[in-house]
Design a protein around this ligand. Structure first.
Ligand SMILES: Nc1ncnc2c1ncn2[C@@H]1O[C@H](COP(=O)(O)OP(=O)(O)OP(=O)(O)O)[C@@H](O)[C@H]1O
Ligand SMILES: [Mg+2]
Length: 322
């Protein structure tokens, strides 16, 4: 795997605030890499350093094999940046914004129009290309911003909170576009404070808190590291005494939740078979049984010691929150 971003001891101090504190990260070509953390964790500052918008106080980084301090221009040619605050021009049309971005990035004149057309089509904005961006919805504006960041065909795209402030539908569109771009070979470095976004999009996630990287791993491995905290909810007919369940293998803790018993277990599959045996032996019928998988949210809470409320958990009516 080729490395596309590598940081070593990357640090940014603003007065007394250590915004980014000795960050070591490595991002591989072809992946969607996420920086997940609460407000003020240092996500934007990290992106700003990597994209040459602010100088590190100390430490080094390479982006697409170019040192960000010594070869910032070369690094910039290889990357697209979608900042947290929109950088497109409201008074200009979508089309003019893209052509303008193409000029800024010195895209050859002969290619500008074709690229603008291709991108606007991909982002489903071609029909509206002549309209001023001022009249666009937030989701549409975000799409124009991303399209503009892609005009010079960067191999690495930085997205700072790509879906923040968007409604559920627009967020979905942006996420599926992000996946499409990645399928086409663009490496994505994104920041987010949405746990689901990190879970759904990223191959690897770095959790950042107070400027420090707490851990880096795939969402699945982060969740697996929580396996010892699996929970099973079971209800019997007739109901049974909780104490009897405590003695079963793998069961650490038992509590009652309405008509259900909630068991904290170390090994869910073993616990399920001992519950089935238990029911048979005691002439009980199992009315329902559910294993609740640990979520990325659980991993976040355990690793940072923070409440998950510092992150935004998207409220989607169709999704059951565990
Ligand atoms: N230009 C600046 N001047 C002074 N302090 C700053 C500046 N930019 C960021 N900070 C401070 O650095 C810390 C990290 O900020 P940063 O914007 O990187 O966090 P973030 O993770 O992007 O947060 P959010 O989720 O709110 O976007 C914060 O304490 C912030 O107040
Ligand atoms: Mg930010």
């Amino acid at each position: 795997m080729n490395t596309i971003v590598k940081t070593k001891g990357l640090t940014k101090q603003y007065g007394n605030v250590l915004a980014v504190d000795h960050v070591d990260l490595e991002v591989f070509e072809g992946e969607i890499f996420g920086l997940l953390g609460p407000n003020g964790a240092g996500k934007t500052t990290t992106i700003r350093m990597l994209t040459g918008q602010t100088k590190p106080t100390s430490g080094t980084a390479t982006v697409a094999n170019h040192d960000i301090i010594h070869e910032p221009i070369k690094a910039k040619r290889q990357i697209g940046v979608v900042p947290d605050v929109s950088n497109i021009y409201d008074e200009m049309s979508a089309w003019d914004n893209l052509i303008f971005a193409a000029q800024l990035y010195s895209v050859p004149k002969t290619e500008r129009e074709k690229r603008a057309k291709d991108l606007l089509e991909l982002f489903e904005l071609y029909e509206r290309r002549k309209d001023r961006v001022a009249g666009f919805s937030r989701g549409m504006k975000r799409r124009v911003t991303i399209a503009a960041a892609l005009i010079h065909k960067p191999k690495l795209l930085f997205l700072d909170e790509p879906t923040s402030g968007l409604d559920v539908q627009s967020s979905r569109t942006i996420r599926s576009l992000t996946k499409e771009l990645n399928d086409d070979g663009v490496t994505i470095f994104l920041t987010t404070h949405y746990i689901e976004e990190a879970d759904q999009l990223c191959q690897r996630v770095a959790i950042i808190n107070k400027g420090r990287i707490v851990t880096v791993d795939s969402p699945e491995k982060l969740k697996a590291s929580m396996e010892e905290r699996q929970v099973i909810e079971v209800s019997f007919s007739p109901s049974t005494n909780l104490d009897k369940l405590k003695g079963l293998s793998c069961v650490n803790n038992v509590s009652r939740l309405g008509d259900k018993c909630r068991l904290h277990v170390t090994d869910a599959s073993e616990a399920v078979s001992s519950l089935v045996d238990f029911a048979k032996k005691n002439n009980l019928k199992i009315i329902s049984i559910n294993t609740l998988k640990p979520s990325l949210e659980d991993a976040f809470v355990k690793l940072t010691g923070l409440s998950s409320e510092v992150l935004t958990v998207e409220k989607e009516p169709a999704k059951k929150k565990v």
